[in-house]
Design a protein around this ligand. Structure first.
Ligand code: SF4
Length: 306
């Protein structure tokens, strides 16, 4: 039986900064393409995350379907639009059981991927899992476009935040995800996340126990934007967080008629631009960073060097 408060949150949905007001109890009516019941596409031990997250045994990763941001270059389009046909609905108790199963399989942590549009259910599921023996850290993996009010529902339940900071420029975020306010919203969200976790902590094996990893996927032709993101993160958080600079952008193959990539995104990222950004990150004094190998390929399996 779904909790009445949770259902009300989905009835006139303002969970994310889009604030659509959609009634998700009647189906996936909002910009996130998600109804009111969490849909999980895949749960697995993930070995391709940053080393303090994947460790040696893997990160217990749960991929949720749908996404409020809907970037036109999305590297996980099938999952974010909920069109794989592989997703299964989970109520809060079933989610809690899923986390406990991943813990049983040896996961270093639970890693919730793009769960922001299901925050009320996720918060309840985490409480249930913790009451039933979940002890490993919980990581929250996000596009960075989250409302403060919703993030506060996770206070005390999340140990590690792994948000993206995708764009600095408002014109870029408008063109690529219809969110002119992306940078401002993301800055506020990261501040709230950092307020909840504080500086990062690793255990004696180098596995992250709490803290924040901010990811930035470089886009072709947007080196200036990347530098502005680096400037902000290094000035605001310095070495109290990790910064993960990602190079695996891949133009998709136009099989989706409702999306059209601008010309500048119809190519891979020049490796020289990635190397320049990595050097810039180091020049800003950032020592806690992850840099990827050349042409990592599948975004589920990025290879990181710290
Ligand atoms: S979570 Fe979905 S329905 Fe709710 S405000 Fe965001 S995009 Fe709209």
């Amino acid at each position: 039986m779904r909790d009445g408060i949770i259902i009300r949150k989905y009835e006139n949905c303002i969970i994310c900064p889009r604030r659509c007001g959609a009634d998700r109890t009647k189906g996936p009516n909002g910009a996130c393409h998600a109804g009111s019941e969490p849909v999980v596409n895949l749960a697995m031990l993930h070995h391709g995350e940053e080393p303090p997250i994947s460790g040696t045994k893997g990160s217990g990763t749960v991929f949720f379907e749908g996404c409020p941001l809907g970037c036109i270059f999305c590297q996980n389009y099938d999952i974010s639009r909920g069109i794989t046909g592989a997703g299964k609905t989970y109520d809060e108790d079933a989610l809690a059981a899923l986390y406990l199963d991943l813990q049983e399989k040896g996961a270093h942590n639970i890693n919730l991927v793009t769960a922001g549009h299901f925050i009320p259910s996720v918060a309840k599921s985490l409480r249930a899992a913790k009451e039933n023996g979940l002890t490993i850290p919980v990581a929250y993996n996000s596009g960075g476009y989250e409302s403060i009010e919703s993030l506060k529902l996770l206070d005390g339940l999340i140990d590690i935040y792994m948000p993206d900071m995708k764009f600095f420029s408002s014109s870029l975020s408008t063109e690529l995800c219809r969110a002119p306010d992306y940078f401002k919203i993301c800055c506020d969200a990261l501040n709230e996340m950092y307020r909840q976790t504080g500086p990062f902590v690793l255990d004696e094996d180098g596995i992250m126990q709490k803290g924040m990893i901010v990811r930035h996927l470089m886009l072709p032709g947007q080196l200036f934007d990347t530098k502005k993101v680096i400037d902000y993160l290094t000035k605001t958080f310095g070495n109290n967080i990790y910064i993960s600079l990602m190079n695996q952008y891949t133009p998709f193959d136009y099989k989706y008629k409702d999306m059209k990539l601008p010309a500048f995104l119809q190519r891979k990222l020049p490796q020289g631009h990635y190397d320049t950004a990595a050097d810039y990150l180091i020049l800003q004094g950032q020592t806690n960073a992850f840099i990827q190998d050349d042409a990592s390929g599948d975004e589920l399996l990025p290879d990181f060097n710290s």
